[in-house]
Design a protein. Sequence first.
Length: 133
Amino acid sequence: EENFNWKDARVLFQKGTYGTALIKRLTKLLKKPFRPHPQNLIDIQKVWAQKQIERCRKNDIQGLFRRAEFLNYLVYHYFYARQKRFEGPKEAFAWMEKNDQKTFKLIKRALTHPTNLFFLKAAAENVYRIALI
């Protein structure tokens, strides 16, 4: 699933058949019905989010890295937690803008101000549907 955003990719050069085979496999996977994620894996993401926000509070290079990492995962985890297929950020943002304006605006605000922990936390609480400490 993490490579679904490559669905429109084209192989420009390859040795062997790896690239062509990968695209065929992705196309085949996208045609299969979406399989819901187990609730325990969604719960694990919520625990991870709590730990991640704590790591983001550090005012050093690690804290900044964790913020960037957390922002990246918010979009993917939004779809995962809601039992929807994530087909890449382009499709995800278009879907959110049309179907969930609140989350779209919260994530956009957090992305626009990546060092603002308050904005990141607000977006994360909405995505994971939990109160982060």
